[in-house]
Design a binder for this molecule. Structure first.
Ligand SMILES: [Fe+2]
Length: 135
């Protein structure tokens, strides 16, 4: 997976959140590249911390957006964010312990972790927001 792999299926129709999703995938791509180039643990950890920090920032922003529009599925969605943050920490443990070493392994994990969430859960926020704008 890489940033240019962004496709319309990931577009939830809300430019602010779409831009953040692109940024999130770009940081995830940096992590894949750091692994592919075998840049060493310090560089890897640095990139990983950026991924974690951006994920936290993005989830906060998305949660604030859900509050603003009164999204009815907010508590369930926020609970999934908590699980995703736990999973990103698990990813680091798997990398650190050498259980996931290939970019392919990371790519599969990230695909499951970010892409699935955007396509299936974040897309519902976009649908709700669009319905609100209907006359
Ligand atoms: Fe989300």
């Amino acid at each position: 997976m890489s940033y240019p792999d962004w496709t319309d299926v990931l577009d939830i129709g809300l430019p602010i959140l779409d831009d953040q999703h692109k940024q999130l995938l770009a940081v995830a791509d940096d992590l894949l590249n750091a692994i592919a180039r075998d840049e060493g643990e310090a560089a890897l950890k640095d990139t990983f911390e950026r991924l974690k920090a951006y994920t936290r920032y993005h989830f906060k922003e998305e949660e604030a957006y859900m509050t603003r529009i009164g999204y009815p599925g907010q508590s369930e969605h926020s609970a999934e964010h908590v699980l995703l943050l736990i999973r990103v920490n698990t990813l680091w443990r798997l990398i650190e312990s050498g259980q996931i070493v290939s970019p392919k392994g990371i790519s599969l994990f990230i695909n499951d972790w970010i892409v699935e969430h955007i396509m299936h859960k974040d897309a519902m926020i976009g649908e709700y927001a669009r319905a609100l704008r209907q006359p």
